[in-house]
Design a protein. Sequence first.
Length: 190
Amino acid sequence: MNDDIALWDSEAADFDEPADHGLPDPAVRERWRGLLRELLPEAPARVADLGCGTGTLSLLLSEEGYDVTGVDFSPEMVRRARAKAPALRFVEADASAPPLDPASYDVVLSRHVLWAMPDPAAALGRWQDLLAPGGRLVLIEGSWSTGAGLTGAETVALVKGLGRAAQLRPLPDPGYWGRAIDDDRYVVTG
């Protein structure tokens, strides 16, 4: 785990540069804002942003009135998240087993995190435990041209393995990514 932390700490300085990470392009930012409005219950729902990185989605959601807690295991990512959104709560911890109150969140959100978990099914089980009755999982994932990631079918199967319904929505539109993509990116809700 220490090697992983060192890796992500070293990535933090440049993490926000890709259009879909830092959302510096107003058009890309608005595409994500619109997508999240569609997928999440109305604000002020409580959202656990797991593997929040530098807090870009946490900040975007807080601007919409959501009560957001971000979790990341990289001290440098969390430091940058706190600098970006000082009014929000960020917890330095392993996103696969977040130390958050069970049954207290309306949404568990993760973006490009589940695929990197050593045991995605176990992580999802712990994430589900964070959800209040009627809560939902929002998993933004991909199967990248590098060979890394999870396919949409794999993520759907993981969510269904929890006994939850799962909906897959492909996200091929370059508007989300700031460029054309040649891999499979999607969101699964459950």
